[in-house]
Design a protein around this ligand. Structure first.
Ligand SMILES: *Cc1c(COP(=O)(O)O)cnc(C)c1O
Length: 391
């Protein structure tokens, strides 16, 4: 919080699509003394957490965990499986897929980057066609961002898996789930994903600072032949140490306490209930946006994201001005439009530790802000959402 003389009563509404609100239970779980990260107590904690995290990815195979942001786990996915010159397929779905592409360029991958309009997800038909065209099976990996946090578009990973299978293609399947993990249905093993990239700060109920690679057997095979220089991100020493719950370097001890609590909470609620809650809040938000007469950035209803909604402001309006008014007047942070959609959209995060009344407050802040900022809209969005939520 910037230094200011004006005290603001009540809780700030953090409704950006990550980092998200941290449950008090997780905050309390982290408020503990550091323990010896080479001692027996940590080893037990490490083993428990590395085991429980598999439930969230829906995998029985190893998941490694880095003290680092999601960007690091993106890099880890590349350096552990691919070599310079390898042909790969990537899709421009928005800002996050573009950033992953940037990393891939730095490691000199030979990239077919399929352009996109920032309003749609990865089309399984295009995946199938591209892989069918690759007669010599030169493509080593297909990269997809599951939930494009910059646009509120969720690509259909299960269908993309089918497309890869239909083409009978051996490419590795790499998926970024940073803003979908523990919010939107995801199945690492069933969908035969080879590396799933995750992060702590969105649906996982944790502060920023941890990131993950869920790894398949096929990815481990690829690792043996991957020659990119790597040290910090190398899976090998990580997996060896992880067997006993330890790490090759200092883990983020207190975040690991928090992770165990967050995983317990997700299992108490039940993952299916967690997903259903996000579906409901996504639907209620979209009903509000439609009642306001505003346009949702995501074009295809079957690709609507249930962790956030990106909303276009009418031509001639500035979404960043609207966000500023909402922050100043109602103490709520909304996500900004990134890169190609800067100023054109604002993003409502409805993921993580979130319930009906938090959504009601969020949508009220947006509707009041639309009025205050002079954005043309039709009143009644909140009522449309409340009506749906109270059915
Ligand atoms: C937030 C996010 C990232 C970036 O993660 P950092 O932790 O900021 O490095 C990557 N991909 C997606 C889909 C995200 O939402």
């Amino acid at each position: 919080m910037a230094k200011s003389n004006s005290f603001k009563a009540g809780r700030h509404f953090l409704q950006i699509p990550g980092p998200t609100n941290i449950p008090d239970r997780v905050l309390r779980a982290m408020d503990r003394a550091i323990i010896d990260h080479r001692g027996p107590e940590f080893g037990e904690l490490g083993k428990r957490v590395l085991d429980k995290i598999k439930l969230v990815f829906k995998t029985s195979q190893p998941v490694v965990m880095y003290p680092g942001s999601g960007t690091g786990a993106w890099e880890a996915a590349i350096v552990n499986t691919l070599n310079a010159g390898d042909k790969v397929l990537m899709f421009e779905t928005g800002q996050f897929s573009s950033l992953w592409w940037e990393i891939a360029q730095k490691f000199n991958l030979d990239i077919d980057f399929v352009p996109g309009d920032w309003r749609t997800g990865v089309d399984p038909k295009v995946v199938e066609q591209k892989l069918n065209e690759d007669k010599d099976k030169k493509i080593k990996a297909v990269f997809v961002v599951h939930n494009e946090t910059s646009t509120g578009v969720a690509s259909r990973i299960g269908e993309i898996r089918k497309a890869i299978d239909n083409a009978n293609h051996p490419a590795l399947f790499m998926v970024d789930t940073i803003s979908s993990l523990a919010s939107i249905d995801y199945r690492h093993e069933e969908w035969k994903v080879d590396v799933t990239v995750g992060g702590s700060q969105k649906g996982l109920l944790l502060p920023p600072g941890l990131s993950f690679n869920a790894i398949s057997g096929k990815a481990l095979e690829a690792h043996k032949n991957a020659k990119q220089p790597k040290h910090y991100w190398d899976w090998k020493p990580m997996l060896e140490n992880n067997k006993n719950g330890f790490f090759p370097f200092t883990p983020a001890t207190n975040l690991v306490y928090g992770l165990e609590e967050a995983l317990d909470m997700l299992m108490e609620e039940g993952l299916d209930n967690v997903f259903a809650r996000h579906v409901r809040h996504g639907e209620a938000t979209r009903l509000a946006v439609k009642a306001w007469g505003l346009e949702i950035l995501c074009k295809n209803p079957e690709e609507y994201s249930n962790s956030l909604t990106a909303v276009l402001v009418p031509e001639g309006c500035d979404a960043d001005h609207l966000r500023k008014v909402i922050l100043d007047e109602y103490d709520m942070s909304l996500g900004m439009g990134l890169n190609k959609v800067k100023g054109k959209v604002f993003r409502i995060g409805h993921l993580g530790d979130f319930n009906d009344l938090m959504l009601a407050g969020t949508l009220s802040g947006v509707e009041m802000g639309l009025k205050k900022a002079g954005v043309p809209y039709k009143p009644g969005g909140i009522m449309a959402a409340l009506d749906f939520l109270s059915k």
